[in-house]
Design a protein around this ligand. Sequence first.
Ligand SMILES: *[C@@H]1O[C@H](CO)[C@@H](O)[C@H](O)[C@H]1NC(C)=O
Ligand SMILES: *[C@@H]1O[C@H](CO)[C@@H](O)[C@H](O)[C@H]1NC(C)=O
Ligand SMILES: *[C@@H]1O[C@H](CO)[C@@H](O)[C@H](O)[C@H]1NC(C)=O
Ligand SMILES: *[C@@H]1O[C@H](CO)[C@@H](O)[C@H](O)[C@H]1NC(C)=O
Ligand SMILES: *[C@@H]1O[C@H](CO)[C@@H](O)[C@H](O)[C@H]1NC(C)=O
Length: 375
Amino acid sequence: MASNYVAAFQLVLFCICMVVANSVEFSHPAVFNFGDSNSDTGELVAGLGIQLSPPNGQDYFKTPSGRFCNGRLILDFLMDAMDLPFLNPYLNSVGLPNFHQGCNFAAAGSTILPATASSISPFGFGVEVNQFLLFRAQVLKLLAGKKFDEYIPAEDYFQKGLYIFDIGQNDLAGAFYSKSLDQILSSIPTILLEFETGIQRLYDHGARNFWIHNTGPLGCLGQNVAKFGTNQSNLDELGCVSSHNQAAKTFNQQLQAFCSKLQGQYLDVNVTYVDVYTIKLDLIANYSKHGFEQPIMACCGYGGPPLNYDSRVSCGVTKVLNGTTITAKGCKDSSVYVNWDGIHYTEAANQYVASQILTGNYSNTHLSEKMPFLL
Ligand SMILES: *[C@@H]1O[C@H](CO)[C@@H](O)[C@H](O)[C@H]1NC(C)=O
Ligand SMILES: *[C@@H]1O[C@H](CO)[C@@H](O)[C@H](O)[C@H]1NC(C)=O
Ligand SMILES: *[C@@H]1O[C@H](CO)[C@@H](O)[C@H](O)[C@H]1NC(C)=O
Ligand SMILES: *[C@@H]1O[C@H](CO)[C@@H](O)[C@H](O)[C@H]1NC(C)=O
Ligand SMILES: *[C@@H]1O[C@H](CO)[C@@H](O)[C@H](O)[C@H]1NC(C)=O
């Protein structure tokens, strides 16, 4: 597989619309990933000492892989495109985890803001960055001994590596349980300040290539539709909760502004902002054109149409409710469902999203090289 590819980029800046032919150097010796369940390859289950139930993992790994999915995540497809192996979670302690070409610090449920007593994941973004800094320090110590070189990154991988981020969805989704839309919108700068603090710490320790995904249309997730969409007037024409998507769009505007600022601030960084929101919303709106049959209903769940989602039983779990034993089962053909379990996307959807990311049509990349006046 080619590790370089050529793509066209559309860059809209200061209302000047220019089409810039670009050639992406998508060739990095290692990847360090930070985020939530959208890119967790087994971190939360390792950290909490829990297991997911089948049918999670069934369509690719044949067994639960620690991913909240029936198969591969967007990150897995991006790793494939870079000719790199799937990333091991930082907390994997057995199975001879190999971190030579990177490490994954993303944990399901993680937020940018620090975790609280009621958080699903105890690892907020700041903790993920702490984990990376400890990882890096330990690697640099081990490299001196030369014994583990094939299991750990080389020293220059920390500078040449790609730092990928997909986090923020849980800060927004979680806030709706206790806050109004206006309160959430006004909290976004505080959330992004915490993000900036983490990015700055990574930069200070040599990170130079930043690949930042924006957050998806979380109002279209069954979990949010079930809880906040019972009143039809809260739903948009796609059946998604309007306020949640509004929060995501506002978050993304400010995240993009931060990315431009970061790019402008340093001569020696590459910042790529990836508009995952637009890809996912297009997939949900135009699902049949993209080969899907169900845009919102979960493949694995309980309750049947229209959502097949019940917050009391997660995918693969069997429970007794009112004296009746029920199981959240998988659907027959996950490849026609966009949504896996009411919260996460199916492998088929992840593959579609990754393929769109890889066109380059949804990112502003290497602004410093194309736009020297930004510096
Ligand atoms: C940024 O990317 C370009 C190629 O796209 C590469 O030549 C350059 O070394 C990168 N800069 C850093 C700091 O890694
Ligand atoms: C539904 O929401 C609308 C607008 O927010 C409100 O006016 C209406 O009272 C709500 N209906 C119910 C049944 O709660
Ligand atoms: C759906 O597809 C049409 C036609 O390509 C496009 O104009 C529209 O923006 C898409 N909808 C969304 C929500 O992306
Ligand atoms: C359980 O039974 C009670 C009383 O019959 C009923 O109100 C409730 O909706 C039932 N819950 C479920 C999950 O069926
Ligand atoms: C990128 O977007 C342009 C304009 O919408 C479209 O013509 C082109 O086919 C897209 N490229 C890819 C690789 O999808």
